[in-house]
Write a protein that binds this ligand. Structure first.
Ligand SMILES: [Zn+2]
Length: 385
């Protein structure tokens, strides 16, 4: 008899008796947008379960009432990264976990490698847990090793699949998409009632390495204004104000500044209306993609793999060739506040912008702007459908 060991495939079946699912993704906007295809897969696999996003402080405002695969968003207390159980100032995380304990039948960890977050998932006391695992992390019921540098959208889909939630067929299912509601469009209209064509420009990013010099954005803006006759609307959060006002003053009559004047929903509404979004690899760029805008993003090489587009021509990247700090030469983040995307030329960016705008006009872009998702009361309440 053949004594060779038969390796059984890992279990990827759906769990039974799941009425409430918690999905941990307590981080930034870009990270959340990358989870959306996985959330849709979970919704399709568990159509009658209640799906709760265990998110950051900004999630409840943004997701409540927005049609999507979620039913509710709950903020998880955190400082930097997810709070660790053994470093939990004021005990806010423990208090939160105590209150939520026993609520979920399944918890899905889409937060990251699991070094800290898997212990948080385990404390929720769910009968079923799935997620990524990194050496030293708590093991969940079903885990997949966290391999750094993989595309985030696919990584999240792999984790969802551990719970029997398979991705929808079709390559467009790999593009994160958010419904733009009538409220979003109304907020956008209040902030910018002008009906002429415009380019949305976001010159900021949390990480200085990802910021293209503001003078370059201004050069692109002036040139696009000359060739395409399009105005530049500068957008961003309060933290982007200094950069935004520099850009606004260099653009002259070609520009306007809406920095700090748009809630996230209003930004989605404006992104739906824009001819093009241009910006650094940051939250607004990910939201613009999800709203269906043609985008051109300035990217670090390493981030093209993790957060760059997977399919389609609507979402374009101009990639830096710099792979280490221009000051100290270290290949990872250091203390120097310096751009790693400065080597990207104005000509490259202008050419890519013009190509995307031209493609949109020739309808070469799948899911191009103008395609509107319904936001009727029926769809707004139909998250379990
Ligand atoms: Zn350095």
């Amino acid at each position: 008899m053949d004594q060779r060991k038969v390796v059984q495939p890992a279990d990827r079946t759906r769990f039974d008796d799941v009425r409430e699912i918690g999905v941990l993704v307590a981080s930034g906007i870009g990270d959340f947008v990358a989870t959306v295809p996985a959330l849709h897969a979970l919704r399709a696999a568990y159509p009658h379960a209640r799906l709760v996003v265990l998110g950051d402080v900004w999630h409840p405002d943004f997701l409540t009432g927005r049609p999507g695969p979620w039913d509710e968003a709950v903020p998880v207390p955190r400082n930097t990264g997810i709070a660790r159980l053994d470093r939990d100032p004021g005990g806010r995380l423990r208090e939160f976990l105590e209150a939520q304990r026993g609520r979920y039948d399944l918890v899905v960890q889409l937060h990251g490698g699991g070094a800290d977050s898997n212990a948080v998932v385990q404390s929720l006391g769910a009968p079923h847990t799935v997620g990524a695992w990194t050496p030293g992390a708590v093991e969940l019921d079903r885990c997949v090793r966290y391999v750094p540098g993989r595309p985030e959208v696919l990584r999240c889909l792999e984790v969802a699949e551990l719970a029997g939630a398979r991705p929808a067929s079709g390559t467009q299912g790999l593009v994160p998409s958010l419904v733009v509601t009538d409220d979003d469009l109304a907020q956008a209209h209040d902030a910018w009632p002008d009906t002429g064509p415009f380019v949305l420009v976001h010159p900021g990013a949390r990480d200085a390495r990802r910021c293209w010099p503001v003078g370059r954005f201004a050069e692109v803006g002036v040139r696009l204004n000359q060739t395409l006759g399009i105005r530049m609307l500068v957008v961003g959060a309060e933290t982007d104000r200094a950069l935004a006002s520099q850009l606004r003053s260099r653009l002259g009559p070609a520009g306007a500044d809406l920095t700090g004047r748009l809630p996230l929903g209003g930004f989605l509404g404006l992104a739906r209306r824009c001819t093009l979004f241009l910006g650094n690899d940051s939250g607004p760029r990910h939201l613009a993609v999800a709203a269906g805008a043609p985008t051109v993003g300035l990217f670090l090489t390493s981030n093209v793999r993790t957060f760059g587009p997977l399919v389609g021509a609507r979402d374009r990247v101009v990639e830096s060739r710099t792979v280490c700090c221009p000051t100290c030469g270290r290949p990872e983040a250091c203390d120097h506040v310096i751009s790693w995307v400065e080597d990207v030329s104005v000509d490259e960016v202008v050419a890519t912008c013009e190509e995307v705008v031209e493609d949109a006009e020739r309808l070469l872009l799948v899911g191009a702007v103008g395609e509107s998702e319904p936001s009727s009361p029926a769809s707004a309440s139909g998250s379990a459908s």
